[in-house]
Design a protein around this ligand. Structure first.
Ligand SMILES: [Zn+2]
Length: 293
């Protein structure tokens, strides 16, 4: 299980950070699910009511046995800036996570690209790969996602509008879609590698997952998955597939690996979240002011 945008996703209210982190931790504990959280330094500074609360939340995360990884300081989009500027943003993020991990006798090993944008030109892609390797980082791929951010936006809007019926419908649709996506990505990887591989699930530190973490983990359990660390998942040979494919899009790793290995997969078979979820999120965004950042 991997959680991006710790301690609190950009679309979420920073004041909710503590509730979000603690709810996710309780769910992970209950299911004995190892997890790593990818930290945005800027969101650490913004999180919570008081000075230093963001850091204290990350401290809780580490003390409870979960890992932290680098997700850049300001969540920049590599498509829009130079490799150099981006690298400075990676370095800036280190100070938010390395001391906490060191205090627990661990070191930071993983980096996740915001938006899964890994370099839109061969030069940038190669520059970042070399830079990250040089700093001892392994790129954390992800093999299953469930578009939790778009569901989260709809969910936040429904909560603000006290639209109880929609809250329940959004929750149910999110869990249905999670199940569909797990099965979809399981089958795509079977097609690519000829077998099931250990998966890396992409989620975000948001209000939706705070409310539904137990249900999400239960979906995996019902499908007879068990939970392992990122390192264990990545020890599977599938994760040694070269990463040379260049795209401006935030493709999931199945599509990148399929390109590397010359396997044809049809991405059009992947289901989208229901249209009304996007509509609800979009309509609400235009009517209800966003919380102050
Ligand atoms: Zn992110």
């Amino acid at each position: 299980m991997t959680f991006d945008d710790l301690p609190v996703a950009p679309a979420d209210d920073p004041a909710d950070a503590a509730a979000i982190i603690h709810a996710i931790l309780r769910g992970l504990d209950r299911y004995h699910a190892p997890a790593i959280g990818f930290v945005i330094g800027k969101r650490v500074e913004a999180a919570g009511e008081g000075e230093g609360e963001g850091t204290r939340l990350l401290q809780d995360w580490v003390r409870r046995g979960y890992d932290l990884g680098n997700h850049t300081y300001s969540h920049l989009d590599l498509n829009n800036i130079s490799a150099n500027r981006y690298e400075r943003d990676v370095i800036s993020d280190d100070s938010f996570i390395a001391p906490l991990m060191a205090a627990a006798g661990r070191h930071v090993r993983y980096f996740r690209f915001p938006y899964n944008h890994t370099g839109d030109t061969p030069e940038k892609h190669a520059a970042l790969a070399a830079f990250l390797a040089g700093r001892g980082y392994t790129v954390a791929p992800c093999t299953i996602d469930n578009e939790d951010s778009i569901f989260d936006q709809a969910y936040i809007a429904a909560l603000r509008a006290k639209d109880t019926r929609s809250i329940h419908e959004i929750q149910a649709a999110y869990l249905d879609y999670t199940s569909v996506e797990i099965d979809y990505y399981a089958s795509v990887h079977k097609q690519i590698f000829g077998r099931e591989i250990p998966h890396v699930m992409l989620l975000h530190a948001n209000k939706l997952n705070a409310g539904l973490i137990d249900n999400v983990l239960k979906v995996f359990e019902q499908k007879h998955y068990r939970f392992v660390s990122l390192a264990t998942a990545m020890s599977d040979p599938a994760y040694a597939t070269p990463d040379t494919f260049v795209t401006q899009f935030g493709w999931m790793w199945a599509y990148r690996w399929a390109k590397e290995l010359g396997v044809k997969v049809n991405g059009n078979l992947e289901s989208e979240p229901p249209g009304w979820i996007k509509q609800y999120a979009g309509n609400a965004a235009s009517k209800i002011p966003a919380p102050p950042q």
